[in-house]
Design a protein around this ligand. Sequence first.
Ligand code: SAM
Length: 280
Amino acid sequence: MTTIDNLPPLKIVIETHNLRARKSLGQNFLLDLNLTSKIARQAGELKNVDILEIGPGPGGLTRGLLSEGARKVLAIEKDARCLPALEEISNKYPGRLEVVRGDALDFNPLVYLNAPIRVVANLPYNVGTELLVRWLTPEDWPPFWKSLTLMFQREVAERIVATPGSKAYGRLSIMAQWRSDPKIVMSLQPDAFTPPPKVSSAVVHFEALPEPRFKANMQVLNSLVSTAFNQRRKMLRSALKMISPDIEDRLKIAGIKPTDRAEKVSLESFCALARNIESE
Ligand code: SAM
């Protein structure tokens, strides 16, 4: 395997620091630095950009980001065993890599970063969706990030980019496509990872839109689509009846047939319904 930075190959790093992957931390490492550099390039221009990376592990993607020219990488890692390996990378790129040991779910990275900020991560599967939903649902828009370039299980990636009428279409599709432009930019087979996970993976790149595609209150839209898709087999007039007693009229005003199911309704129509509910 080629190296991109004169640091030891990742296989050696893992052996030297005894980084046996732990399932409880969602550890499936990428060892091919050509591949991690390719993922880094999917994020777009990196030269004058700060990067937030969640879960650097032994540092494969971190090295890809730095060798591709990222101005600064802030890497948040829960597993203390990875810190010595990450320190070696930091020494190789003075002043450009800051590593924080912590849980990404409890950590505010903004004090460490300057705009423009891109988020790039081979996310731990156990917290990936939760982090994504947080990044997509701040009260104010535009968010702190300019883009997200994230590895997911293929099935999650398909839910993010799904369109009405498909089984994968749901809350994640709506919340992602309302305020950003998500695209699957790479597909990876299990053997790209060590150890290989059971399922295929995909990298999704999201560009934040300057403003949401359609006007709606985030809280109202989020709770509306959660309720609608929690009972996705029910007709909307019954799935949404706890949201408003006159939901049938509201659906009609929003241009939605009360007998339709959530998976048929477009993002634009959900936003129209959210506006109508808010105007109560
Ligand atoms: N970036 C590395 C790579 O591509 O080889 C490792 C990716 S591995 C899928 C996920 C990483 O996230 C692991 O290093 C794991 O220890 C770390 N991790 C798991 N849960 C975390 C959390 N809550 N906060 C921060 N890091 C976490």
